[in-house]
Design a protein around this ligand. Structure first.
Ligand code: UDP
Length: 502
């Protein structure tokens, strides 16, 4: 130790899938070190985090929350818009650009904190999209560590594609990626459409390229994954970014990591991204009414949705498959994501029929995903392959059907299918034509006993074991993710000694 009363400052990007892992990481660091942790965001996001924290009153999880002044209207966003969850994908770039303007207020906050504490924070932990925090850390004589809320494979691909735009230089639909072996081929459809069109001069490139490059100036990267589950991705990431990578995942509530995390054990106080849909008890009762390992859970995450025609095909394929399902559903692409749901987006009387036959439950707005995934009736997860969803599914040994839509989801889908062998991809993106027969075929492949589905289940259960071991600590065993947090802390502490001595 350095003899100073240590504290850290953390700044996530303003999206549900970033804020919650940052909060969980803050709690984990606090539990392990006792350091004071300040988590910084805009006022509405801070309010959201406050509500989440108030559900967890333990002393170790006390995190200091600080707001930076922010007025969304000044950035061309609707009033009170501070989070991707309230925005259609086309307008999200404005929120990214607005995030870059937080640098000034963040500098003022750090200066005030230093005055109060008498010394700089031990470390500033920043999001990969908040690359400017490396400059702030340098100017205030502390260090910066980047926290990527994605997995290693997906992050490596994301960083390399933004930095190299290989689809532009090769001019081909299929290409290899700097940092990845030649045999690992990527396709233009793995890339989100704004990235497909990016050429280095557009507004997306102008935001992502400098933020990523600056993040490469960090002391190291923290990654929300587990050393043992992504050996290939980690090897690629470490060689590509040439920085230490500490795998500190999964960042999940302890109930998700208990030996028996079935529905009988304690309930989870889960953050909700928006107004809750159905109460958790009702979802669990519905799951209780189905046999073990029989239900497909469907969700496209906190901010994505599919097109109207895709929604129709998915509904028809689901109904025809005869498999029970829970679908976290919201208006299709092109409509207000927070607006009322219209029956015409689905086959006639679909919701009523599914309720009458007990085949399907539609959860509008927000579903209790963690509770659903850990229920023993859940057999598989049709997901947009957001990294949090993947970790949540694998922590329960649940195989997946991939339908990536944005960000690094295409690479995550490739990972679970080709590298981990725990999933099948149904389709990619919003533009693809989806046939109901194909939906049914893929569902059957993953859910029917015997054949490929059983092998995927076996691998998912194996990964569940690795994930749980990584966060276990008992006599003679310290999981790799706990060791990684300790290693990260000792590196920043030794850096502090060097800085204070010079
Ligand atoms: N989530 C949830 N209920 C929903 C939709 C999402 O609880 O109806 C949670 C989910 O458990 C996960 C997060 O929101 O923790 C989504 O994060 P992910 O990285 O999978 O995708 P993103 O929303 O960032 O695209």
């Amino acid at each position: 130790m350095t003899g100073l009363k240590e504290y850290m400052v953390m700044i996530p990007f303003m999206a549900h899938g970033h804020l919650i892992p940052f909060l969980d990481l803050a709690k984990k660091i606090r539990q392990r070190t006792g350091f004071a942790i300040t988590l910084v965001s805009t006022p509405l996001n801070v309010k959201y985090l406050e509500n989440t924290i108030s559900k967890d009153s333990s002393q170790e999880s006390q995190i200091n929350l600080q707001s930076l002044p922010f007025n969304s209207v000044e950035h061309g966003l609707p009033p009170n818009t501070e989070n991707t969850g309230a925005l259609s994908l086309d307008r999200i770039i404005k929120l990214f650009q607005a995030a870059a303007t937080l640098e000034g207020p963040f500098r003022r906050l750090i200066a005030e904190t230093i005055e109060k504490e008498g010394h700089p924070p031990l470390c500033i932990v920043s999001d990969i999209f908040v690359g400017w925090a490396t400059d702030v850390a340098k100017d205030f004589e502390t260090v910066n560590v980047t926290f990527t809320t994605g997995g290693a494979y997906g992050t490596a691909a994301y960083v390399s594609i933004w930095q190299n735009l290989p689809h532009r230089s090769s001019g081909k639909d299929e290409f290899s990626l700097p940092g990845f072996p030649d045999s690992c081929r990527f396709h233009i459809t793995h890339l989100h459409r704004y990235l497909q069109a990016a050429d280095g001069t557009d507004e997306w490139s102008k935001f992502f390229q400098p933020q990523i490059s600056k993040s490469l100036g960090s002391l190291g990267w923290l990654c929300n994954t587990v050393e043992e589950i992504e050996p290939f991705g980690l090897d690629v990431l470490r060689k590509y970014i040439k920085l230490p990578v500490w795998c500190i995942g999964p960042l999940l509530p302890p109930q998700m990591l208990e030996q028996d995390s079935s529905s009988e054990s304690k309930s989870i106080s889960q953050p909700s991204g928006r107004e809750a849909g159905l109460p958790t008890e009702q979802c669990l009762e519905w799951l209780d009414s189905h046999p073990e390992c029989s239900v497909l859970y469907i969700s496209f995450g906190s901010q994505n949705t599919i097109s109207p025609s895709q929604m129709m095909a998915l509904a028809m394929g689901l109904e025809h498959s005869g498999k029970p399902f829970i679908w976290a559903i919201r208006p299709p692409f092109g409509f207000d994501p927070k607006g009322e749901f219209r029956a015409e987006w689905l086959p006639e009387s679909f919701e009523e029929r599914m309720a009458q036959t007990n085949q399907g439950l539609l959860v509008h707005k927000w579903a209790p995903q963690l509770e659903i995934l850990r229920h023993k009736s859940t057999a598989a997860f049709l997901s947009h392959c957001g990294w949090n969803s993947i970790m949540e599914s694998l922590s329960q040994g649940v195989p997946m059907i991939g339908w990536p839509l944005a960000a690094e989801q295409g690479y995550n889908s490739k990972l679970i299918m080709e590298d981990m062998g725990v999933g099948v991809e149904l389709t990619r993106g919003l533009q693809s034509t989806v046939e109901k027969e194909h939906v049914e075929r893929v569902i059957n492949t993953v859910m029917e006993k015997g054949g490929k589905g059983e092998e995927m289940k076996r691998k998912a259960v194996e990964i569940r074991g690795l994930i749980r071991a990584a966060v276990r600590e008992d006599e003679g065993h310290k999981g790799s993710s706990l060791q990684a947090i300790d290693d990260f802390i000792s590196v920043v502490l030794s850096k502090r000694k060097v800085l204070t001595a010079s």
